[in-house]
Design a protein around this ligand. Structure first.
Ligand code: PYC
Length: 309
């Protein structure tokens, strides 16, 4: 398999540009289900050590079903599959531009949760217009062992998020272990207490927030991804979920910038517009940089040819 690696504001993406499995026809949802059912070894080979890492998100390029889309993409990580990935879409756009598949300006990309658009502003800067996002429930309290009651919102930004009102520790890299452990406890408690997104959607991403460190940013976040790694970027779908909560609360007007800092200090600039039925359509702007390209190799006899774990 040929790949291109990039990072988006610090968070890595590995795009499989050639040699991936043939998933046939059907919707992106059908194809990601086929990938999970019949080709999970591909996910493990691409993502897990020794070729990848827990922080890595994989993106398999597939032919789009719609004539108005430049590509289809299926996202996956160390634990499973993602409906959408904001930082990953920015990485995909920069990769497609490097391959000559898209040009500066707006292109559309099909994902299992809907069509998103990417505006390639320059070789590294991309604005993703995400799927419609919404706050599903506000002020939900979950009892978390060792932490006590944790209150927050449940929102959809292309994945399901619990956005805790307070952070248990200051959001900086020195506290990465404690923040990860606390977020894992919240994730586990939500599952054990049957607290879900709409249609029993699993809340697999947890966000903590604090004030920003930079004077020109609005907020700083720590985002736990489903497989236990933290997002080095401010998380595109997580920032979309945050924007949806702010819009629903009436604290952020349409077409107003919201600067979201990550735990490593990188940032996305987010805003939203209202769709024809009043839906909140977030846009996320960030930068991705290609950092490697090559082939994944499996030698005969390698006990870890399909990854460790
Ligand atoms: O940027 O949406 C995102 C994302 C999800 C998981 C890791 N990054």
């Amino acid at each position: 398999m040929r790949y291109v690696d990039s990072h988006t504001e610090g968070e890595p993406t590995r795009v499989i540009v050639d040699g991936g499995p043939d998933l046939g026809d059907g919707s992106m949802q059908d194809r990601i289900e086929r990938l999970a059912r019949d080709y999970d070894h591909v996910r493990r080979t691409v993502i897990l050590e020794p070729r990848g890492s827990n922080a890595l998100v994989g993106a398999l390029l597939v032919a789009p079903t719609r004539g108005d889309c430049a590509a289809g993409v299926l996202f996956f990580n160390n634990t499973g599959y993602l409906g959408m990935c904001g930082h990953g879409t920015i990485g995909v756009a920069v990769t497609l531009a490097r391959m000559g598949t898209i040009e500066p300006g707006v292109s559309r990309i099909e994902t299992p949760v809907g069509v998103v658009s990417v505006n390639l502003v320059d070789a590294n800067t991309v604005t993703v217009e995400n799927v419609a996002s919404y706050r599903y429930r506000s002020n939900v309290t979950v009892e978390v062992p060792d932490l006590g009651p944790v209150t927050g919102d449940i929102a959809w930004g292309g994945n399901w998020f619990f956005l805790a009102k307070d952070t248990p520790y200051p959001i900086n890299l020195d506290n990465e272990r404690q923040l990860t452990d606390a977020a894992l406890k919240v994730q586990r408690a939500l599952r054990e207490q049957g607290i879900t997104g709409r249609d029993a959607g699993d809340i697999d991403h947890i966000e903590f927030f604090s004030g920003a460190l930079a004077a020109d940013a609005n907020s700083r976040n720590f985002v736990l991804c489903p497989g236990g790694a933290y997002d080095r970027s401010p998380c595109g779908t997580g920032t979309s979920a945050k924007i949806a909560c702010l819009a629903d609360a009436g604290t952020l007007a349409p077409d107003t910038d919201w600067v979201q800092e990550s735990v490593i200090g990188s940032r996305f600039v987010a805003r939203y517009s209202l769709g024809p039925k009043g839906e909140i359509i977030p846009s996320i702007t960030g930068r991705a940089f290609v950092c490697a390209e090559g082939s994944l190799v499996q030698q005969p006899g390698d006990p870890f040819a399909e990854g460790i774990g």
